[in-house]
Design a protein around this ligand. Structure first.
Ligand SMILES: Nc1ncnc2c1ncn2[C@@H]1O[C@H](COP(=O)(O)OP(=O)(O)OP(=O)(O)O)[C@@H](O)[C@H]1O
Ligand SMILES: [Mg+2]
Length: 281
């Protein structure tokens, strides 16, 4: 669904934000994009949304070369949620906001109304269709921005820190909606600084640092590379750090996921002397 071939991007002032790297994301994957401030995450998403074009290499989405296709055409394939939802909300009601994209795709009348209503329902905003997006809470505005993308029905969602600035409950609500969209078949690439959220929702992570792709693999493998994570200012989720401490004290076998940690602790609490007895070999 996404293929980056030696993709590089240099800003007009000469700053090399992406240094040339390759990766592939298959249809239906849920991938986290992580890295310190300034690592190049937003730049990569802007390339995927066609807002910037690679200055070297190639970036393909759903078989389309993002350098050759118009942004409007790419918008049918890629829904891009900005880091700040207020940068993509500009109409007086939620209903109009959600109708804007599909109207540009040529939808009219009942089909248009149904598309907007469906997108509102997908994010739990049906009661707010006549509200002014600017008067909603940050989390609700984020959901309006997400729904405005869903209204275009793109197979790929690229989401730039969808939970920033929200309380835990709102953040969890947004992530649960995104998880449902993933289960319905959307391919998701999601930037996050919250490793606990990443551990709960993503299957795989790409780690960017200084414009380079430092790690790419299943979450457990990425979280095991504490050396590289630390160099980019990231820490694995607390549960994984706790597991390492137990492991170092000889109390638990090596575990790499929160589920394995849970199983190992349950084993110890149930009185097994050696937690290995309750873990699969
Ligand atoms: N328009 C621009 N011109 C020049 N340099 C830029 C421009 N936009 C971003 N940069 C630089 O490119 C680098 C990558 O920025 P980017 O916004 O992609 O980082 P990020 O990983 O999204 O960071 P954050 O976690 O803070 O959102 C940064 O050093 C930034 O200063
Ligand atoms: Mg960013």
């Amino acid at each position: 669904m996404i293929r980056a071939e030696a993709v590089a991007f240099t800003y007009p002032n000469g700053f090399r934000a992406l240094q040339g790297f390759s990766f592939e994301i298959k249809a239906g994957e849920f991938v986290a994009l992580i890295g310190a401030n300034g690592a190049g995450k937003t730049t990569l998403l802007k390339l995927l949304g066609g807002l910037l074009k690679p200055t070297a290499g190639r970036l393909m989405v759903g078989g389309l070369d993002t350098s050759r296709v118009r942004v409007a055409e790419l918008a049918r394939r890629v829904g891009f949620l900005f880091q700040n939802p207020d940068h993509q909300l500009f109409l007086p009601t939620v209903r109009e906001e959600l109708a804007f994209g599909p109207r540009n795709l040529g939808l009219k009348g009942r089909a248009l109304a149904e598309r907007a209503a469906g997108a509102a329902a997908a994010v739990g905003l049906t009661p707010y269709l006549e509200a002014n997006p600017r008067q909603l809470s940050k989390g609700q505005r984020q959901r309006v921005a997400l729904a405005s993308i869903l209204a275009m029905e793109p197979p790929v969602l690229v989401l730039d820190e969808p939970t920033t600035g929200q309380d835990y409950r709102e953040a969890l609500e947004i992530m649960t909606i995104i998880q449902q969209l993933h289960r319905q078949g959307h391919t998701v690439l999601c930037v996050s600084h919250d490793m606990e959220m990443v551990a709960c929702f993503a299957e795989r992570a790409l780690v960017l640092g200084g414009g380079k792709l430092l790690l790419d693999g299943p979450l457990a493998a990425v979280f095991a590379r504490e050396d590289i994570l630390a160099a980019t200012g990231l820490l694995p989720p607390q549960a994984i750090q706790l597991a390492r401490a137990y492991q170092a004290a000889g109390l638990l076998p090596p575990v790499t996921t929160i589920e394995e940690l849970y199983a190992a602790i349950i084993g110890v609490l149930r009185g097994k002397k050696d937690a290995r007895q309750v873990l699969p070999a």
